[in-house]
Design a binder for this molecule. Structure first.
Ligand code: SF4
Ligand code: SF4
Length: 224
């Protein structure tokens, strides 16, 4: 494939994020932008961002915000929303729901929200680079977090390469659960790793996260 076509293909690599937070000061040195990527191989019961666990966009319901207008039930072609007698949403049947987002659009109180959106590297960059002056003057940069950022290895790699070319300082927050080779190129360009090992005891790790920590400990030894 000619180089131009390869470059074009890379520009179109897309991933799923559920937030971009500008001006964060707790995710690495200086003033930063945190890119929250979707998907995680662990199932920790204390997860701060449970809406991040699934890799693709997902419908989420915030019952305190529901005003019982019934719009969502009417627009749902999948008949996935069951309401109470007072029109409040009782349950979204996630087996029927195809995460089309129509109910969220119809919801006036943002009680239903589609968490996660598909974006290109350039779209993320458009937001991140707005604060480049702050990064320069504070020693900040970009932090990849989630979810588990390595769960989208191709997208992570393209973002890391892109922002490294812009001269930005890069941090990753990871649980350490990833096949090393899938993100080796990205990891070689990261400036700071925040590695969150849930438990060093394998049996306890499996009990709370659903996964062995063997790969995590192996990866921890490889990060220098
Ligand atoms: S996202 Fe679409 S399919 Fe799912 S509950 Fe809403 S309208 Fe129905
Ligand atoms: S559209 Fe929103 S506010 Fe209205 S019933 Fe559905 S979830 Fe509640």
């Amino acid at each position: 494939m000619p180089q131009k076509a390869i470059d074009e293909e890379k520009r179109t690599v897309r991933g799923t994020i559920f937030d971009i937070q500008r001006f964060t000061v707790h995710d690495g040195p200086g003033i930063r932008t945190a890119v929250f990527m979707k998907g995680c191989p662990l199932r920790c019961p204390w997860c701060q961002n449970p809406e991040s666990v699934r890799k693709t966009p997902q419908m989420t319901y915030f019952p305190m915000q529901c005003v019982g207008c019934g719009s969502c039930v009417k627009v749902c072609q999948q008949k996935a929303i069951r309401s109470t007698g007072k029109n409040l949403v009782e349950k979204i049947n996630l087996t029927l729901c195809n995460h089309c987002g129509e109910c969220a659009v119809s919801c006036c109180s943002r009680a239903l929200q589609l968490i996660g959106q598909s974006v290109s590297v350039e779209e993320v960059s458009d937001t991140v680079m707005k604060d480049s002056l702050f990064y320069q003057n504070s020693g900040g940069g970009v932090t990849f977090t989630g979810g588990e950022p390595t769960y989208q290895p191709e997208f992570l790699t393209e973002m890391v390469k892109h922002f490294k070319k812009q001269g930005l300082h890069l941090v990753i927050e990871t649980c350490g659960m990833f096949p090393w080779d899938s993100v080796a190129e990205a990891l070689s360009l990261i400036d700071i790793f925040y590695l969150d090992i849930k438990h060093v005891n394998d049996e306890k790790h499996q009990r709370v996260t659903g996964q062995s920590n063997a790969i995590i400990l192996e990866n921890a030894r490889r990060i220098d």
